[in-house]
Design a protein around this ligand. Structure first.
Ligand code: NI
Length: 194
């Protein structure tokens, strides 16, 4: 297993709609393992393939980590893999919740999203599942699904809030940010900062 650099805000791959996963391969299974390892190391509860430089419709999550992952680095709870996910229906009722993103370190914003969603996806064995979900599970699913569409949480805040974050976002894009995981930045040239 390998820890992968996480692409920071500003990298174009985070803005590209991802391609469907066509089929299983040893490389895909390896990528899944690496993504889980990378997510745990960065103390995240979800990680999408574009965030590690693969424009594929795939994300991993673990909602069973103690305290949602914070401070429990490297301790898996219940790792889950979502391949070719689809959102089939969403509730009219929306709820607000504070979100962060490993690609946008040090930024946390309150985001409104549908409270309950109906989804389908393939697991890592390519079996289809259809499921209705709410709570943190629905929240993480929608955040990670957004990554596959090239959408980031800062697209879902007000123009006013976004203006307040402008300098911070520039700093992140330039790698002027303190994180304890590998961050890959696009500007001025691709490089890894620690
Ligand atoms: Ni994210």
């Amino acid at each position: 297993m390998a820890i992968l650099p996480i692409y920071a805000y500003g990298h174009p791959i985070l803005r590209a709609p991802a391609r469907p996963v066509e089929g299983d391969s040893p490389e895909l299974q390896q990528l899944i393992e690496d993504m889980l390892e990378t997510m745990y190391q960065a103390a995240g509860i979800g990680l999408a393939a574009p965030q590690v430089g693969h424009s594929l419709r795939l994300f991993v999550a673990d909602l069973a980590q103690p305290s949602g992952g914070e401070g429990h680095r490297g301790r898996p709870g219940k790792p889950e893999v979502f391949i070719n996910p689809e959102i089939l229906a969403v509730s009219d009722v929306e709820v607000e919740y504070e979100e962060g993103c490993l690609s946008i370190p040090e930024v946390r914003e309150r985001i409104w999203r549908p409270e309950v969603i109906r989804v389908r996806y393939q697991d890592r064995d390519f079996r289809w599942h259809e499921e209705e979900m709410g709570g943190l599970r629905a929240r993480v699913f929608q955040h990670e699904y957004d990554h596959l569409e090239g959408i980031l949480l800062i697209d879902r805040i007000s123009a006013f809030r976004r203006r307040l974050l402008r300098r911070k976002l520039e700093d992140i894009a330039q790698g002027r940010v303190q994180v304890d995981y590998l961050l890959a930045i696009a500007s001025p040239a691709p490089q890894v900062v620690r």
